[in-house]
Structures are given as C-alpha cells and as structure tokens.
Design a protein around this ligand. Structure first.
Ligand SMILES: *Cc1c(COP(=O)(O)O)cnc(C)c1O
Length: 431
C-alpha cells in the first residue's frame, strides 16, 4: 500500500514514511492509494479491539516494515475499551460510543498511542533522539504527552496557551516531567502554532534537534480511529444485521474521516452525520458548495473550535464531486445554548452525562429523530464529562472522576512559562 499526496498523486510513500513525514512535501495530506474491500464476515471470530485492529489495518501496512509488528503495535495502542452503551430511555434506538476510557479521557488517546507505537519502531536504531513539538488547544497535547512519556528515544515539547484551557486540561498537559517539557505560553493557540511552525523553519533549532510533529493530520492518527467504528458497527451488525449510523462531534474532521474510510473499506456503517459547534465552515460548505474557511470562534466545545478543518482535503479527495460528497456526509451546527440545554435534558431524561463536545452529537440526534429518522443511531462520545467539570457540573451537579484522570490530577504540575516568540522557545529547548 502506498500513500499519495492529496495534491499530487505522483508523490508516493510507504506507511512508515507517511507517518514519519506527517505532511506531504507539497503541503498536501497523505491518503491511502486505495481502500481494502472487507465484508463484515472478514472479521468473523474477532471481537476485541486489538484483533479487529490488526485485521483492519493489515492492508494499510502491506509491504511496509511495520507490517511484521502490527500485532504488537495494536496490542500496545488498543489497551483500553471503547464500549457501545445503549441509552434505553431514549424514544428512538440510540447508543453512545464511549471513546474516553484512555489515559487522558478523550478519543485522541487512540491516535496518540498508535502513533507512538509506530514511531518507536520507525526510530529504532536512529542515531539521534527525536523532539516532538505539539501546539495544543487542550486535548491533543495531553494525549501525546501521555503516549510518549518516559520513552527513551524521544523528547516532547507541549505548547499551550496559558489560561485558555480548562483547569483539568492544564493539569493533564503539565503533570508529566521527565522527557516531556510543558510550556505555558503567554499568548493564544495561534501563537503556539506559529511558534511550532517557525521552529521547523529555524536552521539553528534544526541542527540542534531532530524535530517532528504529532499533529492530527498524521495518517498514523487516522488509521487507528477506524478501529472503534469497525468494532461498534460489527457488534451492531452481528446483533441486528443492520447498519449502524454514526453522529460524530467534529472539529478538524479527523475522527469523522476515519469513520468514512472504515465505511468505504466495507464495514457495515450507514449514515455519517457531523455535529459541529458554532464554527460552521463544514455545514455551510455542504449547503452552499462554497468552501469558506474562517478564523475560529471560541465555544463551550473548545476542542472543536476549528475554522479551517484540514481533513476536508482528504474528504474531497475521496468524494471529488460535490453531489457525491453531500450524498455521503451531512452536517449540523449546534450553538452553546443548545449544548447546555442538551447536557441538562439528557441528564434528566436519559440519565446520561455528555461532555460539551459529545452534547453537540446528542442535539443532532434529537433533530434527526424530529425529522422522522428511525435510526438506529450511535452518538460518538469524544471526551469524558469530568474533563470539562467547569462547564458540566454547574448544570448537572458533581460528576465522578474516573481513576485515570484522578491519578493525573494528583500529580505535581511541572511547566515553564514562555513568551510567545521563537527566540524564547529556542532558549527553552536548548537548556
Ligand atoms: C479533538 C476533539 C474533537 C474533534 O475531533 P476532530 O477529529 O478534530 O474532528 C471532538 N471532541 C473532543 C473531545 C476532542 O478532543
């Protein structure tokens, strides 16, 4: 299997190269040259995430040096569950796909852990230590730090905007130490991203460090995200012989892209519906045909505050004609008042507590049912509500903290404050 750039199909690399490079040399995103043709029966006898992962990802790694070690990679990456939890009090069949049982309680743990497992093999025997730079608006930095913490072949530098993430997110970014350096930047997320981009272009830093990134456009983060859609849809298929329809809280479109790839690879997945917050770039595009990226707007579902979702480039590579695209995905925008109302109502009516991101999906489910859709629907729960206690608890009261989060919350915070300049970052990395 080769990976091609979305901008130029003559750029062809192996899976290891696509993971190591992150972004294609022409600025495009790597996509698999073809998708495998599975049937639900291809997975007969397989019920656990690591087993399904190995079968599903094998064709994507065919011919690559990683393929011999895929089993071990999948066991390392998929070491926590992704349960499909029915919501029996709902009026129309629906379940929550809980993706928040990993070390930092958000779905990004799946991608970060798989990426770390692949990179540790790709880097084996490398002469220099790798330095991974991550700019984060909240969830990515914690997942990457957790996945790469204490690995002897790599250092991690996490940059986050001081004061602009939730208190518990800040704790998850700064509780690591050892090979993880956490920088609380006096600036915005855009400043953090700019500093990382400048670092990659800086000759002095590039000679003192071998730099890499772990951002969400890396194909090594998308492939593992197909796996929980495969497992959930297979469970549903085996029980009912019908397709599961997914509602996916969406920001940069990485999670939903993986679902669409899984469907195209033959998994029994029906509709894929995107729920965005007030950052409406995707729903507006699907209704007008005009792609109009804009600057992001701050909402309660902050991990989805994306005005220019980069994975749309991959979606359009898969569905080049607009009519094909709109036949295969749809999208709805949900505002902050609706997020709050949904958290309240589903706590009262369903006895279930959503995080603010997942609540966008729950609101879209209500709209689909009101339009007469019979489902059955699966709402993707992207983070644990306890991670966003500052928003959720005033609405529903105390939310129990899962043990993995409690452990991180008990650790001391180790971070360095940083001015928002490349010079400051250079000094901090060299020290
Ligand atoms: C990152 C994130 C999202 C958005 O996922 P994309 O892949 O960027 O669309 C949604 N919810 C949570 C909790 C996240 O951390």
């Amino acid at each position: 299997m080769h990976y091609l750039s979305t901008r130029n199909a003559s750029v062809r690399v192996s899976l290891s190269q696509a993971i190591a490079r992150g972004i294609a040399p022409d600025g495009g995103l790597f996509v698999p040259e073809s998708l495998p043709a599975f049937t639900p029966e291809s997975f007969d006898g397989l019920t656990e995430l690591p087993q399904i992962a190995k079968r599903l990802i094998a064709p994507f790694a065919a011919g690559d040096e990683l393929s011999d070690e895929l089993e071990a990679i999948c066991e390392e990456a998929f070491n926590f569950p992704a349960p499909l939890v029915p919501l029996p009090k709902a009026t129309s069949p629906v379940a929550a796909l809980e993706l928040f049982h990993g070390p930092t309680c958000a779905f990004k743990d799946f991608g970060a852990r798989f990426l770390a497992a692949c990179m540790s093999r790709i880097r084996r025997g490398a002469a220099r230590k790798l330095t991974i730079l991550v700019a984060t608006s909240g969830d990515t930095g914690g997942a990457v730090a957790a996945a790469f913490h204490n690995k002897p072949w790599v250092d991690v530098a996490v940059l986050y905007p001081k004061g602009l993430v939730s208190e518990r997110q800040a704790q998850q970014l700064a509780c690591w130490g050892d090979n993880v350096k956490t920088f609380a930047v006096h600036g915005t997320f855009d400043d953090c991203q700019r500093m990382v981009k400048e670092a990659f272009l800086d000759a002095s830093l590039r000679s003192s460090h071998e730099l890499s990134s772990a951002n969400s456009i890396n194909v090594g983060r998308l492939l593992p995200q197909m796996v929980y859609y495969a497992k959930a849809s297979l469970e549903h298929w085996r029980a009912t012989k019908t397709h599961a329809n997914f509602i996916i809280p969406t920001g940069n479109l990485g999670n939903a892209m993986a679902c669409v790839w899984a469907r195209r690879a033959g998994l029994p997945i029906g509709a894929v519906v995107l729920a965005t917050n007030e950052n409406r770039t995707i729903p507006d595009f699907l209704s007008t045909g005009q792609w109009e990226p804009r600057s992001s707007k701050a909402t309660l579902a902050s991990a989805m505050d994306v005005g220019n979702p980069s994975n749309m480039e991959r979606m359009r590579a898969l569905y080049p004609e607009f009519a094909l695209l709109t036949a295969n995905i749809s999208a709805f925008s949900v505002d902050d008042a609706e997020i709050r109302a949904t958290v309240r109502r589903d706590f009262d009516e369903l006895g279930y507590v959503w995080c603010p991101h997942s609540a966008t999906g729950a609101e879209v489910y209500r709209r689909l049912v009101a339009q007469g859709s019979a489902g059955p629907w699966v709402i993707v729960a992207t983070a644990h509500p306890a991670k966003f206690n500052d928003i959720v608890e005033p609405i529903v009261g105390p939310v129990p903290v899962p043990p993995s989060l409690a452990e991180l919350l008990s650790l001391p915070r180790i971070e360095t404050e940083l001015q928002p300049t490349l010079a400051a970052l250079r000094t901090a990395l060299d020290s």
